[in-house]
Ligand binder design. Structure first.
Ligand code: UFG
Length: 332
């Protein structure tokens, strides 16, 4: 299969972006990271050059596209905390929407016409039925999800105007870390379930707060579709090839089609670490749908993508080493 040789990866210093850069490099594709390092980390940019800049600086994006003779873009750069987006919505609209407008303007300016966009299952909100396929109405329930949906609309409009072709990938819950141990998950602050459960198990963080035990699910806790970050990275590679081969505009879910509850995740962390996860049971976290599970069929049919690392224990085991030591020790 063909693929463009030089890719701009916005947000390549972030968790999913960095894993994607590794996969690109492995496939002989040169990733150029464009990142303002506001949430990303310089030390995970290991597989190509880093251009430090803000997407909203259109001139800087244009210069990066020209300097590296970029043929296609993978766009990860965005603020991505649901909770923060509820408290600081304009920050999210400013960063995520203005960033997209600027990026699309820069691409049009230099004639780059292919883009893979990092979207989210958060665009669906609370689905009426499960599993969630791509015909499910998109009714996001928080500003983060709305920014991702508006970005999808921008892509659709630009594509209809003939300016570009795109693949929007709607991730479910990214999990795990590089199976070869070169990069891991590092968010500041950390809000995600698997990292927090691992930190609780290792004693490098407080007891895990289980948000809600009265959901209409078999064990009362929320169910999510966890997908290994290495699989997400592979899906981006397939999306690039799909566009290079002339594929039509596409929005597709990336999940495994299997759900796991919060209690099942805790059990997996206990199996993998051999340690108890101290927990406290708390009220529901606002904005959490009871169950989000993907129908992964479309990505399979159109991109030939299927998640390989489907075992929850595997995802937890790959993530675990990154949380076995405290952040303080990591900085030493
Ligand atoms: N949870 C806890 N305790 C915690 C953290 C999480 O019980 O300390 C629960 C949550 O209530 C939720 C599940 O664990 O039911 C997963 O929570 P995460 O915060 O790990 O992930 P989310 O499902 O909230 O969010 C993820 C991505 C978002 C994306 C969203 C789409 O991180 O970027 O899925 O729903 F928008």
């Amino acid at each position: 299969m063909t693929a463009p040789a030089r890719i701009l990866v916005t947000g390549g210093a972030g968790y999913i972006g960095a894993h994607c850069c590794k996969s690109l490099a492995r496939a002989g594709i040169a990733p150029v990271t464009f990142d303002n390092l506001s949430r990303g980390h310089r030390d995970v940019v290991k597989w190509g050059p880093l251009e430090v800049g803000d997407l909203r600086d259109r001139g800087a994006v244009v210069r990066a596209l020209i300097r590296h003779r970029i043929e296609a873009v993978i766009h990860f750069a965005a603020l991505a905390y649901v909770g923060e987006s509820m408290v600081r919505p304009t920050l999210y609209y400013d960063n995520n929407l203005d960033g997209m407008v600027s990026l699309l303007g820069a691409m049009a300016h230099v004639g780059v016409t292919q883009i893979v966009f990092s979207s989210s299952c958060a665009t669906y909100g609370v689905p009426q039925s499960l599993p969630i396929d791509e015909t499910t109405p998109q009714n996001p329930i928080n500003p983060y999800g709305r920014t991702k949906l508006f970005c999808e609309w921008m892509l659709r409009d630009a594509a209809e105007a003939g300016d570009l072709r795109y693949v929007a990938l709607r991730y479910f819950n990214a999990a795990g870390a590089d199976p070869e141990g070169e990069i891991g998950e590092r968010h500041t602050p950390e809000t995600h379930l698997i990292p927090l459960a691992l930190m609780a198990a290792y004693g490098t963080g407080p007891a895990l707060r289980v948000f809600g035990t009265d959901y209409p699910t078999p064990d009362g806790t929320c169910i999510r579709d966890y997908i290994h970050v290495a699989d997400l990275a592979q899906a981006h590679l397939r999306a690039l090839r799909y566009l290079a081969e002339g594929g039509e505009n596409l929005a597709a879910n990336l999940g495994t089609g299997q759900g796991a509850s919060v209690l099942e995740v805790i059990a997996a962390v206990e199996r993998v670490t051999g340690r108890k996860v101290p927990v406290s049971f708390e009220a529901r976290r606002p904005g959490d749908p009871a169950e989000l599970v993907a129908d992964p069929g479309l990505a399979s049919v159109r991109l030939g993508f299927r998640a390989h690392h489907r075992d929850l224990d595997r995802m937890v085991a790959d993530a675990a080493p990154w949380f076995a030591v405290s952040a303080k020790e990591l900085q030493r």
